[in-house]
Write a protein that binds this ligand. Structure first.
Ligand code: UGA
Length: 441
């Protein structure tokens, strides 16, 4: 099937590549000509495990092509996926201008009847606006709008695109459902859960999922504060909670809180939408407040460890919003860096992938070429993102390099007993602080 994908960001690119992998002929378009040139040469503009290989394979197989010309991508296509960004406005509402502009261009470029699929996270009711815009600007072609919210995670985009937890298709047209079943036939045949529903439900379900996952994280972070006050261990509490299948262990890791380009903005947009619908759900605002509190709790630990922060050197381990990506948008690590810098500390960051993006965002942040260089002379190390390689840290070497052997672990990356045995003063999250010589009973 001929498919157009508009937008080649963190959702659009994995979508285009995986649709090509499923056997479709895909033309992906983006207005950024430099990005298109890089993609056409087989280079991804951001780090995503396995995406380069798949991109190169699909380019080589001739099933995937990139262009800056939306009209060229849409002409002759049976389906057009819209994967453009929906950034937050100052009010928190999603800015849907890019969506409207793309719909207008698609309407003008369509040479035949077209199924237009919205993949961007949008307030419920957006598909109707899309349909209206397509009809206003079209010149004879019939448009069927489908909402198919994306559930892929950054860092696992390839895996989530090719083996998704579920595919959700919202439509009010039997024809729309039929075409989408063809698009996803290989995944449906492979047994992937496939849910057909109405458009508004599909749109709302995406916000409901992201808000609920954010809620789980903030709940875990509130528990962390309570555990710190009571002497309990939040990791063990989360394990016990997670062993109940009605709760589930996922997204119950207490830490610095959630970041990235999805949860913070989707929560704000959902809260705004709820208000516009005439309902109030202060729970959503509380989730966001608890998330901000998680960073503050970490700053308080650094202060507790170092007293005054002026001129103290702090090694910040991990800068991306989570491991497995170079994305620093709404990264809690950078929020923490900004807070520490504001208190006069010298912050030296290290991240396996996100150093360039992080310094572009926080100019005063220094970086070190490797983990040990970051630790050299540090009065304290703070784990902000739990990259797996941090677990392999040579603790004896780290202690030797640091000015003071103090670690504030914002992601519970280390074993408290091992830290104490290695001679560190160790501040985990939601677990008792341990001092050198401590041995677990
Ligand atoms: C999230 C959702 O998980 C995807 O299903 C969704 O498609 C995507 O948003 C989106 O709307 O596009 P993503 O932002 O890639 O995906 O990352 P997650 O793995 O969900 O993590 C989000 C944030 O929560 C990260 O900062 C992570 O460190 C944090 N987190 C996650 C915790 O603090 N604790 C946890 O237990 C889990």
């Amino acid at each position: 099937m001929r498919i157009a994908v508009v937008g080649t960001g963190h959702v659009g690119l994995p979508t285009a590549v995986s649709l090509a992998h499923l056997g479709h002929v895909v033309v992906a378009c983006d207005s950024d000509s430099e990005k298109v040139a890089e993609l056409a040469a087989g280079r991804t503009p951001f780090y995503e495990e396995g995406l380069d290989d798949l991109l190169q394979a699909e380019l080589g197989a001739g099933r995937l092509r990139f262009t800056t010309e939306l009209a060229g991508a849409v002409a002759g296509a049976v389906v057009a996926f819209i994967c453009v960004g929906t950034p937050p406005r100052a009010s928190g509402a999603a800015n849907l201008l890019a969506l409207e502009r793309v719909a207008e261009q698609i309407a003008k470029a369509a040479t035949n009847d077209l199924v237009v699929v919205g993949k961007s996270t949008v307030p419920t009711g957006t598909a109707e606006r899309l349909a209206e815009t397509l009809a206003r600007h079209g010149n004879g072609a019939a448009f069927t709008v489908v909402s198919s919210p994306e559930f892929l995670r950054e860092g696992r985009a390839v895996e989530d695109s090719l083996s998704p937890s579920r595919i959700v298709i919202g439509s009010d047209s039997p024809g729309g459902f039929a075409v989408m079943r063809e698009v996803y036939a290989p995944l449906i045949d492979a047994g992937v859960a496939y849910i057909e529903t109405d458009i508004r439900t599909a749109e709302l379900a995406k916000h409901a999922c992201n808000a609920f996952l954010s809620l789980k994280i903030s709940y875990a972070n509130a528990l962390a504060r309570i555990c710190e006050l009571s002497g309990a261990d939040v990791v063990a509490v989360a394990d016990i909670m997670g062993s109940d299948p009605r709760i589930g262990r996922a997204h119950l890791d207490a830490g610095l809180g959630y970041g990235g380009y999805c949860f913070p903005k989707d929560l704000a947009a959902f809260s705004r939408l709820v208000g516009e619908l005439g309902y109030a759900m202060p729970l959503l605002d509380e989730v966001a407040r608890l998330n901000d509190e998680a960073v503050e709790a970490c700053v308080a630990k650094v202060r507790d460890a170092l007293w005054n922060l002026e001129d103290k050197r702090i090694a910040l381990l991990g800068l991306s919003f989570k491991p497995g990506t170079d994305d620093v948008r709404f990264s809690p690590a950078l929020a923490l860096a900004a807070r520490l810098l504001a208190e006069g500390a010298r912050v030296v960051g290290y991240d396996p992938k996100a150093m360039a993006a992080a310094t572009a965002e926080v100019g005063a942040l220094q970086t070190a070429p490797d983990l040990y260089a970051a630790l050299e002379g540090a009065h304290c190390a703070v784990v902000a993102t739990d990259w797996p390689e941090f677990k392999d840290l040579d603790l004896a070497k780290a202690k030797e390099l640091m000015a003071f052997p103090i670690v504030v672990d914002g992601r519970n990356a280390f074993d408290p007993a091992a830290m104490a045995e290695a001679g560190f003063t160790y501040y985990p999250t939601g677990r008792p602080v341990v001092k050198p010589g401590f041995r677990r009973a």
